[in-house]
Design a protein around this ligand. Structure first.
Ligand SMILES: [Zn+2]
Length: 222
């Protein structure tokens, strides 16, 4: 743990400091003693419960571990970690991350779904009643998306191609063009000086990176 932990009075609850400011959430337990998940207990009952919880977690091998990946409600493969790093299925399995099942917890679209491969190639061939406001299946992701009338209007106005991928895939691809939060050591492409830049899922290993002086020189020369 890099941050500072502040033990609360007569409680095992603590606030973690991510930086200078304490982490504050509406549902966080702050300045409260003898509470478990915001529920107050009499002191004797509280310690008995804490003991039971600790013993159960020790038995399951969970005590002291970082939050497990199966705690993620959105499905780990749609997390920021996946956006910026792109874990392999074997890595996700090691981390205990369950694969999100797109058939559960979503709106039941019945048989009305049609695959995105059936979208017409040209905007002019689109039939609003047939293609707009209906669930379109992205077969690669196994999830459905839809196109609203105003969205279609935008594509028509700007002559843009119809989206054939789920918006999560689209936003992942967009994000991956930006540098991520993981540092990466590289050599300046011009003077060979060792510098630190930021990992980029798409461009790392394929891009030219310049140190600041070489970059400014490059800009001024143009
Ligand atoms: Zn340089």
């Amino acid at each position: 743990m890099n941050g500072l932990s502040i033990p609360m009075r007569r409680s095992e609850t603590y606030v973690e400091w991510g930086g200078r400011a304490p982490v504050r959430r509406k549902d966080a337990v702050l300045q409260r003693s003898l509470h478990i998940f915001n529920k107050p207990y009499a002191e004797e009952e509280y310690w008995k419960r804490v003991d039971e919880l600790k013993c159960a977690m020790l038995d399951r091998g969970e005590y002291g571990r970082f939050f497990p990946a199966d705690f993620s409600m959105v499905g780990y493969q749609y997390s920021m970690g996946e956006l910026y790093v792109g874990y392999a299925p074997s890595e996700l399995a090691l981390f205990g991350a369950p694969a999100f099942d797109p058939t559960k917890g979503n709106v039941n679209t019945g048989t009305e779904t049609f695959p995105s491969s059936e979208l017409p190639d040209h905007l002019n061939d689109l039939v609003a009643e047939q293609h707009v406001g209906r669930p379109i299946l992205d077969s690669a992701l196994g999830r459905s998306y839809t196109m609203t009338p105003s969205e279609l209007g935008f594509y028509q106005l700007h002559g843009l191609p119809l989206p054939r991928e789920h918006f999560l895939t689209r936003i992942t691809n967009l994000f991956r063009h930006a540098n991520g939060p993981i540092p990466e050591k590289v050599s300046c492409d011009k003077c060979d000086k060792q510098i630190v830049t930021w990992k980029n899922v798409i461009f790392s290993g394929k891009r030219r990176v310049l140190c600041r002086p070489c970059y400014l020189q490059f800009i001024e020369s143009r």
